[in-house]
Design a protein around this ligand. Structure first.
Ligand SMILES: [Zn+2]
Length: 177
């Protein structure tokens, strides 16, 4: 049911559906394209738990099933207590966040998902008056200004990438309307 990364279709302002964003597209148009693909009833309802977010990142990163980041083996054990995969062949341990923009974050994945929705929502407008502030994110998630500032900056930097992981995980498909 959930769109895989490779299937993500973006809808531009003129209604055209594309696989990738055109080069040089203004960022507010990029965010409009992403906004059109956010879950209709919101990220909070679509991803109600931390586990649902972990599953989503796993499915987006490894559409054919997770495999070891070091040796490529698909024989993995899930260490639930630490939210880590352990490779049965080389013993390497890694999480769905390893080697991504989220690698060193201690914030819950769900905070990243919800913050990404808020940033996309605010940056789809051309006026900087509407851009979400670090202060607002800090209050929303009960985190320090510094943490909120880094969260906002990391989300923005990732959304500006053509292969944005955060856009791929929160964009679940076109609205029914
Ligand atoms: Zn391995």
């Amino acid at each position: 049911m959930q769109a895989m990364r490779g299937e993500l279709k973006l809808i531009l302002e003129d209604g055209a559906k594309v696989d990738r964003l055109p080069d040089g597209m203004p960022f507010h148009q990029t965010c409009t394209a992403y906004w059109n693909q956010l879950p209709f009833y919101g990220v909070s309802r679509f991803f109600p738990s931390e586990q649902s977010c972990i599953d989503r990142v796993r499915d987006v990163r490894w559409p054919a099933g997770p495999c070891c980041l070091r040796c490529g083996s698909a024989v993995l054990t899930w260490v639930a207590s630490r939210c880590l995969f352990q490779c049965a062949d080389c013993r390497h341990q890694f999480s769905v966040k390893t080697d991504t923009v989220l690698h060193r974050s201690r914030l819950p994945l769900r905070t990243w998902f919800l913050a990404t929705e808020i940033v996309i929502e605010s940056y789809r407008f051309i006026s900087s008056r509407d851009y979400v502030t670090a202060k607002h994110l800090g209050r929303t998630f009960g985190i320090s200004y510094e943490t909120a500032w880094r969260l906002r900056q990391t989300v923005l930097n990732d959304l500006k990438r053509r292969d944005s992981l955060l856009a791929a995980v929160v964009c679940t498909g076109p609205h029914p309307y």
